[in-house]
Design a protein around this ligand. Sequence first.
Ligand SMILES: NC(=O)c1ccc[n+]([C@@H]2O[C@H](COP(=O)([O-])OP(=O)(O)OC[C@H]3O[C@@H](n4cnc5c(N)ncnc54)[C@H](O)[C@@H]3O)[C@@H](O)[C@H]2O)c1
Ligand SMILES: O=C(O)[C@H](O)CO
Length: 319
Amino acid sequence: MKQHVVVYKSLPADLQDRLESEFEVTSFESINAGNREAFIAALGTAHGMIGASLPITNDMLDGAPLLTIASTISVGVDNFDLAYFRRRGLMLAHTPGVLNEATADTIFSLILASARRIVELAELVKAGKWTGSIGESLFGVNVHGKTLGMLGMGRIGSAVARRAHHGFGMKIIYHNTRPNPEAEKELAATYVSREELFRQADFVCPMLPLTPQTERTIGAQEFSLMKASAIFINASRGKIVDEAALIDALRKKTIYGAGLDVFEKEPLSADSPLLQLPNVVALPHIGSATHETRRAMAELAVQNLIDGLRGAQPQHLAV
Ligand SMILES: NC(=O)c1ccc[n+]([C@@H]2O[C@H](COP(=O)([O-])OP(=O)(O)OC[C@H]3O[C@@H](n4cnc5c(N)ncnc54)[C@H](O)[C@@H]3O)[C@@H](O)[C@H]2O)c1
Ligand SMILES: O=C(O)[C@H](O)CO
């Protein structure tokens, strides 16, 4: 009998076909209130599951006694309880690496857009309010030659720092769980304490996984350490930040601005105070969202799933 796979985010047609040629497949484009019960019911006979952007609760998995592998089309694994996976001996596969460059591009666009007020000024032009040479009140700040503070110098953090060092002549300081000798050699990056990073950086850029250790670890205390001219860039996970404290720092101009791809609650509510602030650039969690990169992520996730179901070791296991 064929193994049963539950797909909970739409896949490119050829990858869907690949799964259907080998497994019995139940597919959902995405999960919403209308199909949630059907999704949970399908897990009841599933050996494998693949998808993204959905918190997978232990309750859901308790009802999936045959499951051996979950394959997420993301590098982040914070939608899963890793301890639960370990307890049950389940595999959790993810997609590191293939999205480093696209995500670093997004982060760099946030750095540039926030520093040079690109969105604010483009909106001014579109609104027909460009009536003459802009005055000092609408000037931005330099990016080149400034100091980038990477909090988390892993795969994506290193890709951001490479752009900053080689492309923009920026000085790189970083803090990480452990020193990163490659970044120090290749990018002249300097390891500093967490506190020094917030104090010295012109751009503070966390690129950390969301874990119990990182949740809400950037708050009022950290924002108070930052320079009034510094910009906060977050494309890792919204929940590592105390968002109310960020809003407060932006309102009081304790910091100059923020470029954000991720938020405490997503999608960001249309009435979020963040959207009222001119010194905020907000994106809808698009770090890896290019055709090529999302394709590569889906391919890798499908391969991870197939390997796991065939009894081979998937290339990228978080658990
Ligand atoms: N916005 C997006 O679309 C998008 C895209 C890709 C990744 N992400 C997020 O970015 C995260 C990082 O991805 P990655 O592939 O670079 O991961 P990675 O594991 O390669 O890098 C994370 C780094 O953070 C360090 N770290 C962990 N906890 C720390 C702490 N408390 N203090 C200091 N350093 C710490 C680790 O040692 C590691 O070097 C993902 O987990 C995901 O949540 C977001
Ligand atoms: O973790 C990731 O890969 C991105 O945030 C997409 O969810």
